[in-house]
Design a protein around this ligand. Sequence first.
Ligand SMILES: Cc1cc2nc3c(=O)[nH]c(=O)nc-3n(C[C@H](O)[C@H](O)[C@H](O)COP(=O)(O)O)c2cc1C
Ligand code: SF4
Length: 517
Amino acid sequence: MSATVFVPRDSAALAVGAEAVAGAIAAEAQRRGEPVRLVRNGSRGLLWLEPLVEVETAAGRTAYGAVAPEQVAGLFDAGFLVGGKHPSCLGLTEEIVYLKRQERVTFARCGVIDPIAVADYERLGGYAGLARAIDLTPEAIVAQLTESGLRGRGGAAFPTGVKWKTVLGATAAQKYVVCNADEGDSGTFADRMLMEGDPHALIEGMLIAGLAVGATQGYVYLRSEYPQAKRVLEEAIAAARAAGYLGADVGGTGRRFELELRMGASSYVCGEETALLESLEGRRGIVRAKPPLPALQGLFGKPTVINNVLSFAAVPTILARGAEFYRDFGVGRSRGTLAFQLAGNLKRGGLVEMAFGVTLRELLEDFGGGSASGRPLRAVQVGGPLGAYLPASRWDTPMDYEAFAALGAALGHGGIVAFDDTVDMSKMARYAMQFCAIESCGKCTPCRIGATRGVEVVDRIIAGVARTRQIALLRDLCDTMQNGSLCAMGSMTPYPVLSALDHFPEDFGSAARAKAA
Ligand SMILES: Cc1cc2nc3c(=O)[nH]c(=O)nc-3n(C[C@H](O)[C@H](O)[C@H](O)COP(=O)(O)O)c2cc1C
Ligand code: SF4
């Protein structure tokens, strides 16, 4: 009987040599005449351990990491095909504390299965949500979503059930389902990991959305920087079509749902839903004024459900296991789980899926293991490039949308980027303004002009030119951007700028320090 060995085909694993490791295992197995079935799974999200090789043993899956190609012969010598001891052996995968402590719901299958194989997906509960949805009326599907408390995982945290209800209620000959897979936030990779590790979860979520609102066509708008996700999605969509889930007769119901992939335009603002729709229609990605809402006049002017990858990927579980199962995770109005992505200066970067309510400190210390540099952590940016910088005094706040809003911060897409005490926060404030100036779509003045002026003002503060006046000017400018911008690009850029100024005034010179005191 052949041993089953798993080597991830996820981008993060490929970036550190997973392809060479897979090749070395296949070659060594052949050389020794030991039959091996090589499965190219997704990542478990323990990124510092990639390439993480797993072997199916009698006791369960045993992990080895981080494996280098030159270690492969030694692994065979150590009998790794039956879980043999080796310096890189991490024991049973499910017992690794980083993984064991998590509450994996959306990512339950990620890294476990062959991402393309429909049979693998079905074996672990896949397409059961679709089967349930087929038996329900569209109104009942939407009601499940509403009761689950699911809020959009792309950043704005808008209730998914409310959005779907609006599209369901709209009358039109054609409706669309669009997946926002642009994932432009710094330090985020959860959408990619899901698409590369469990793409059928996204496909199934979009299919259920189609049934719920009466849409027959779906598009995944994928950032062009994700070529591996593109490959995996293309293969998975073809497999879903071959299995009869996609096409003219979804699951034998006589109902149609087609799904196509479109590559993005490498622009941060194309992740904003209306700019994304412009781009999808073949135009430059410029934000549209709202109303009309995309739910009523979205893609090609038709009612459109547009959701983030992880919002769609949560849907199959909600349908299969019931709204209550999902709602039981979380705190307050933040229900379910969030995929926290640990990045920046941390020892153990990776994906941590937990119910809302876990604290930032637990994520940074218990999971992240503190800084990679060994120096004290000083600032953490939560929620992507438009998220606030938080000092240690705020790290005990529970990760929950409302608690973060009360701090003048946002959870966004769950990206967490840590900095040690060598960071200069005035430079980070400058970077935030510069990022906005570069990525602004240019439609509205507060963002287009404001961000450019913002860089100049921060430069003067850094140079010590009339600091008190320039700091007052910066606050005034942030107020204008916050209240006068058309979309969150301009209105949220003040988050990183003002949080840096308010929490780390010492980096902006004595004028800022005196003001903060
Ligand atoms: C500048 C900007 C960039 C955005 N980028 C993304 C993105 O990359 N992915 C995403 O899902 N949402 C992004 N959003 C949020 C979307 O506009 C929208 O809220 C989301 O796609 C809705 O899906 P959800 O309700 O499932 O979160 C961005 C918003 C702004 C203002
Ligand atoms: S805030 Fe910036 S990105 Fe948004 S519409 Fe205005 S110019 Fe465009």
